[in-house]
Write a protein that binds this ligand. Structure first.
Ligand code: LHQ
Length: 257
């Protein structure tokens, strides 16, 4: 792989987008390699994923140079073939995905970050719904995720005005989980990913499943789903260990099962 770097640290698969000169904008190759990296992480039993970008940017969205002169770029096909499966894949991964937004995130780069479970950002990072600057529509789940995270008023403002917001603004609006000083971001994100990676993985998968379903469920349906998932979680080795650790007043040693 050249446009994506995959490293393993204990239970965590760290995936770094690696086109720093172009702020890690998406090319066909980057899509393919990122998809492969996620597959590799799952196949090798990683219990958490940490996603970040090399250099001063996180991801500037679609590489606008990919369109060849005279060629009609089929955005619908590109979204259906590359972006939509990527967002679905991240959401469906059975382990927590931490995103460390190390610099600017623009266009589908924001959607990529927001598809992750826990999003941290460097204090200097910015978030830009660049689409309207190009006459485009926010995509890769942005119009679904933004209103749910920050409310309709802010989502519409961001999408229509296409203005950059700072990491602090993103934090105060509830778009992301935490902001850290630039030189501390990766240490904080790695520690968080390791904590999640050493946690009750099968339980986390069910938490993700419950949140995924809640978007479309009524309270009644969600109550039933929680009861069903809890029934399974309570049969896990990690539940047994969690209770034993509590009673013995010690830290739990989860195996993920
Ligand atoms: C780039 C890019 C880039 C190529 C920086 N492409 N080179 C999916 C599929 C189908 C249809 C369309 O939609 C989509 C989803 C999308 O994501 S559409 C939205 C695409 N993204 C954008 O519109 C963002 C474009 N980039 C920017 O607005 C700026 O670069 C930002 C605000 C991200 C950063 O600004 P600066 O910090 O001032 O950096 P820069 O502009 O100088 O960029 C550094 C280099 O990266 C530069 O290359 P160069 O060779 O001149 O040094 C840029 O051309 C390149 N770059 N984004 N998306």
């Amino acid at each position: 792989m050249t446009t994506v770097i995959v490293e393993r640290a204990g239970t965590v698969a760290r995936i770094t987008l690696n086109r720093p000169d172009k702020l890690n904008a998406f090319t066909e190759e980057l899509h393919q390699e990122l998809f492969a990296a996620l597959g590799e992480a799952e196949a090798q039993g990683a219990r958490a994923v940490l996603l970040t970008g090399a250099g001063r940017g996180f991801c500037a969205g679609q590489d606008l140079n990919q369109r060849k002169p005279g060629e009609v770029f089929d955005s619908t096909a590109t979204l259906k073939r590359l972006y939509n499966p990527l967002i679905r894949r991240i959401r469906a991964l059975p382990m927590p995905v931490v995103c460390a937004v190390n610099g600017v995130a623009a266009g589908a780069g924001v959607s990529l970050a927001l598809a992750c479970d826990v999003v941290l950002a460097a204090r200097s990072a910015t978030f830009l719904q660049a689409f309207a600057r190009l006459g485009l529509v926010p995509d890769s789940g942005a119009t679904w995720m933004l209103p749910r995270l920050i409310g309709d008023a802010r989502a519409r403002g961001l999408a229509l005005l296409a203005e950059k917001i700072t990491a602090e603004q993103a934090l105060s609006w509830g778009l992301i989980w935490q902001v850290h000083d630039d030189d501390k971001l990766m240490a904080e994100a790695s520690a968080l990913a390791t904590r999640l990676g050493d946690g009750p993985t099968a339980g986390y998968a069910k938490i993700k499943q419950a949140f995924a379903a809640s978007a479309d469920n009524t309270l009644d349906q969600q109550l039933d789903l929680e009861a069903e998932l809890q029934g399974k979680a309570a049969q896990s080795a990690d539940f047994k260990e969690g209770v034993a650790a509590f009673l013995e007043k010690r830290g739990a040693r989860f195996t993920g099962r």
